[in-house]
Design a protein around this ligand. Structure first.
Ligand SMILES: *Cc1c(COP(=O)(O)O)cnc(C)c1O
Length: 408
């Protein structure tokens, strides 16, 4: 048995707890016939569903909430199987799979808000969610405003309006990784009859949204869920029947659907999520700790390190960490020097997105749009995503690049 340090255990424990569930969830292991069957369910492509009688067809009324296959645009058996697996991972009653992580953010906004309502978003929300709120929701008469990512729940109350219907948060925040007190925030939201949305992409498997009072949890399955950088997909999970009906009705009304192939591939990816993240989270911690020791680095924004806003909340609420985090350089380091350092790396590819098996680096200078000033971003910055490579090789690659640019 490999022995883990307490810190390594804290970033990877949740994956161990989930591994057995991920292998069996949604599979028909116990109903295999005498003739045998393949391990994985087949791929079901289709548009029309046919019935033996008119009566049988009429009997499908209302079955759209029960994962029946009614029409191609209302989901395939592969989509429905994936929905059951995501509901298990997130700990909710129902999930709706949609075509991308971004639509997993936009569909619930369209479902739960009407003209005249107000939506309060965290300043560190995923950028395109902000763009959709500004460009589309405002056009339909929804008021949009933001609260800073580094204030207490008591202070957030000051940003609530009489017409606030949704608070949309993300924890940790995109790029700056602030951890939020979701339990206290859901209590505040519910006192004001407000729905709490959480973009839980970073916390897949290691943060249980419904145990903390979240109403709508969002997953960009494009990231770790699928894990192979070969598709885009999203999931929305709820825990109350009335929320499920509204969400399902809105998805169907929009014609929102995911291809059967993409769902099938994501189910395949999810089987190895535990093994991938157990390794990636420990590698990421090792590399984050190495980065923290380097004289060019001001701070590392990784929830498992005390330099991250809300680190104590991460220790209280999360059973693990994922493998994406940000490096903030000292003020004397220029953006051009960071670009030169990035371009000297061999094992890290330059690219956005994250959650695949490959390590990535992204220059974030000029890419992070904030409505409030952010105390964490005091210098040039880049985001690292740690993949399945040997962490010693990744550290050697970073060390070589740092040495070439700053120490020779
Ligand atoms: C990537 C991402 C999304 C959007 O996912 P896509 O599938 O790329 O549209 C949403 N939220 C977060 C936090 C993300 O990182």
């Amino acid at each position: 048995m490999m022995t883990l340090s307490p810190k390594e255990d804290a970033v990877s424990r949740g994956w161990k707890d989930l591994s057995s569930l991920l292998v069996t969830a949604g599979r028909h292991k116990h109903s295999v016939s005498e003739k045998g069957a393949f391990v994985n369910d087949p791929l079901h492509r289709g548009s029309t569903v046919i019935y033996p009688s008119v009566a049988a067809m009429r009997n499908t009324k209302g079955k759209e909430y029960e994962h029946h296959t009614l029409y191609g645009a209302m989901g395939s058996p592969n989509q429905h199987e994936l929905e059951k697996v995501i509901a298990l991972i997130e700990g909710g009653s129902h999930s709706q799979i949609v075509s991308s992580g971004l639509t997993a953010c936009t569909v619930p906004l369209l479902a739960f808000l009407s003209a005249g309502d107000h939506c309060l978003l965290i300043d560190s929300i995923y950028g395109p969610t902000k763009r959709f709120s500004e460009k589309v929701m405002k056009k339909f008469g929804v008021e949009i405003s933001y609260y800073p990512a580094d204030i207490s729940v008591d202070e957030i109350e000051n940003y609530i309006q009489r017409n606030t219907k949704v608070i949309f948060t993300e924890s940790p925040g995109s790029h700056t990784f602030e951890i939020q007190d979701i339990r206290a925030l859901s209590r505040l939201a519910h006192q004001h009859h407000i729905k709490l949305f959480l973009d839980n992409t970073w916390g897949i498997g290691v943060f249980k949204p419904f145990e903390h009072g979240v109403d709508v949890s969002i997953q960009a399955l494009t990231k770790y869920g699928n894990g192979h950088s070969d598709l885009v997909l999203g999931a929305i999970t709820v825990n109350k029947d009335e929320d499920w009906y509204l969400l399902r009705d809105t998805s169907i009304a929009l014609g929102e659907v995911a291809g059967a192939d993409v769902c099938w591939l994501t189910l395949r990816g999810l089987r190895t999520l535990g093994a991938r993240l157990e390794k990636q989270s420990i590698s990421a911690l090792k590399i984050a700790q190495w980065c923290q020791e380097q004289p060019e680095i001001e701070r590392v924004l990784h929830p498992a390190l005390p330099s991250c806003y809300g680190h104590e909340l991460w220790k209280r609420d999360f059973t693990g960490a994922s493998s994406v985090f940000t490096l903030v350089f000292k003020q004397f380091i220029t953006t051009q020097q960071v670009i030169d350092m990035i371009e000297k790396l061999n094992l890290f590819s330059i690219g956005a997105s994250w959650g695949g098996y490959e390590s990535l680096v992204l220059l974030t200078d000029g890419e992070i749009y904030r409505n409030f000033s952010n105390k964490l971003l005091t210098g040039s910055a880049c985001r690292l995503h740690i993949g399945l490579e040997n962490p010693e090789d990744l550290i050697a690659d970073l060390n070589h690049s740092f040495t070439t640019i700053w120490r020779s």
